[in-house]
Design a binder for this molecule. Structure first.
Ligand SMILES: Nc1nc2c(c(=O)[nH]1)N[C@H]1C(S)=C(S)[C@@H](COP(=O)(O)O)O[C@H]1N2
Ligand SMILES: [Mo]
Length: 513
């Protein structure tokens, strides 16, 4: 700690703000329905979709990005807190006012969340305010006690050792306590989202089965069916929506003959269907892993739409989630009898994991997730393509987005060293729901080789591919390209995912020794 009172005041402000935030996190963990300050503000940042921040919001998907956002919110808040401390040194009333404004802003952000209970949010905000102002006041007293009240302007005051030590001890102790409280709070908050006990998966009338040869048994190759725990997760939810299946409703409205509202029991009274479908994220880069294949169990989306009666002019089906997110798909794609879009209730035989949309989500073969796969779905709205742009469209992503043909090399890993002699290259290729016709592999500058493929489960799923080649010692390069069932081959040049999916041949450099 420096002897400058400004630095000491900044420390006081930082500790006070941290204590206020930590109090909020702890309350949120203990009382379901009380908002987490960091999550509330983080959600507001995502919801505001600040213009010019397209790149930021565009990549705000994965778990790591979410953690980065939360850390960013915390760092900015603590930085503002440090500034508050400096202001509070001379103008305590202004510092208290600004602190109050921030607690109020957090409270207003929290009210946007359907899970927030307003009375709990008010109570939490008051406690946060009380903790923040009390800590700030106490610590600033120590700072002031240590600096000459009427010293010459601009001259840094010298704190007597006793008050500086007390400030460090109290402030440090409070900081450690705050970190502990916030950590406990977040753990309790996560525990509130534990899987729903006793939830069961519906039983399909005709279980989906894997054909013989659906899977090539090769080490290091992505399994043909990805386990729920390993399945990629992409969404804008900082906290997974906590939905009570018995209270949940699915509304079908808009350009329909009669609006309907269905309970979970209403849904499972419909015929239960099951199919394997590969879903993919538009933001997947060439060689990336934002793609997966699962067995989905649920009801036919068209059975649900038939209950409401879709009107002739409806060209867009909008899925809306419990957290307000939206996806829009062309009704022409949904109604095509060649495919079977569904409301999935189970994934690989388990009720949908919360991260993947419990209790119900949309699965539409062949469309990227952001234009179809609404998790935690609560509403299906029939409208026109012109009338509504769903969540990602104003941010620069294509309005209509069928999944592009892609292929990926799983082995060897980029930059790895393999043994010389015969080596088995392997990976996956997908073109839902056209299907994969062939996969070709090129090692260094040799001829392209036709890979052998696993027996496709259906046109809506990916396949595994493998090819053997003989390798001499030294550096090598392998690349892959797939051709879909319409005869179209992937284009060579690698492009960015926006606006409608990445293109290009996955290329992996490696060595043989
Ligand atoms: N409610 C909601 N549903 C959503 C999203 C979202 O942000 N919110 N993201 C979509 C995107 S972009 C993708 S790629 C898929 C991913 O589904 P998964 O997380 O089950 O793999 O979910 C889709 N469904
Ligand atoms: Mo996505």
């Amino acid at each position: 700690m420096s002897r400058s009172p400004r630095l000491a005041a900044a420390f006081a402000g930082l500790v006070a703000t941290g204590a206020a935030i930590a109090t909020g996190e702890l309350i949120a963990g203990i009382l379901a329905g009380a908002p987490s300050p960091i999550v509330s503000v983080g959600r507001a940042v995502i919801a505001l979709q600040p213009p010019g921040a397209k790149e930021l919001v565009v990549s705000l998907f994965g778990t790591a990005d979410k953690l980065a956002l939360e850390i960013g919110v915390a760092v900015v808040a603590l930085g503002i807190g440090a500034g508050l401390g400096i202001i509070g040194l001379r103008r305590p009333a202004i510092a208290t006012g600004v602190l109050g404004a921030f607690v109020l802003a957090g409270f207003l952000a929290a009210l946007q969340d359907s899970e927030t209970q307003p009375t709990l949010a008010v109570g939490a905000a008051l406690v946060e305010m009380l903790v923040g102002t009390t800590v700030l006041d106490q610590l600033l007293r120590l700072v002031r006690a240590g600096s000459p009240a009427d010293g010459p302007a601009g001259t840094p005051g010298l704190m007597p050792d006793w008050s500086r030590r007390t400030l460090l001890l109290r402030g440090g102790g409070l900081a450690v306590g705050s970190i502990a409280a916030a950590t406990i709070g977040r753990q309790l908050l996560a525990a509130q989202r534990a899987p729903a006990a006793g939830a069961t998966a519906p039983t399909p009338e005709l279980p989906a089965t894997l054909p013989d040869g659906a899977s090539l048994a090769i080490d290091g190759l992505t399994p043909i069916v990805v386990a729920n725990a390993d399945f990629y997760r992409i969404d804008t939810a900082l906290l997974v929506p906590n939905i009570d299946r018995d209270a949940w409703r699915l509304r079908v409205r808009g350009m329909v003959d009669r609006e309907v509202s269905l309970s979970y029991a209403d849904l499972v009274a419909l015929p239960i269907v099951e199919q394997y479908v590969t879903i993919a994220c538009v933001s997947n880069r060439v060689g990336g892993d934002l793609v997966g294949n699962a067995r989905w169990t649920g009801v036919r989306l068209r059975d649900v739409l038939d209950l409401a009666g879709v009107q002739a002019g409806a060209t867009q089906l909008v899925g809306r989630s419990a957290d307000g997110w939206t996806a829009g798909s062309p009704t022409a794609w949904v109604m095509d009898p060649e495919r079977e879009p569904m409301i999935a209730l189970a994934m690989n035989g388990e009720p949908l994991p919360r991260e993947h949309g419990y209790p119900a989500r949309v699965i539409i073969p062949g469309l990227y997730g952001y234009v179809s796969a609404t998790k935690w779905v609560t509403e299906l709205e029939l409208t026109t393509l012109e009338a509504f742009d769903a969540y990602w469209v104003p941010l620069g992503w294509a309005k209509e987005a069928p999944i592009l043909t892609q292929s990926r090399i799983d082995r060897p890993a980029r930059g790895s060293t393999v043994k010389t002699g015969t080596y088995t290259f392997a990976g996956v290729a997908w073109a839902p729901d056209r299907g994969i016709a062939r996969v070709e592999v090129q090692v260094d500058d040799a001829e392209w080789q036709l890979a052998s493929l696993s027996v496709p489960i259906s046109a809506a799923t990916w396949v595994q591919w493998a090819v053997d080649a003989t390798l001499g010692a030294g550096p090598h390069r392998v690349r892959v390209r797939a051709t879909d069932a319409t005869g179209e081959t992937q284009t060579e040049v690698i492009t960015r995912p926006d606006p409608n999916g990445a293109r290009g041949w996955h290329t992996v450099p490696f060595e043989a020794a």
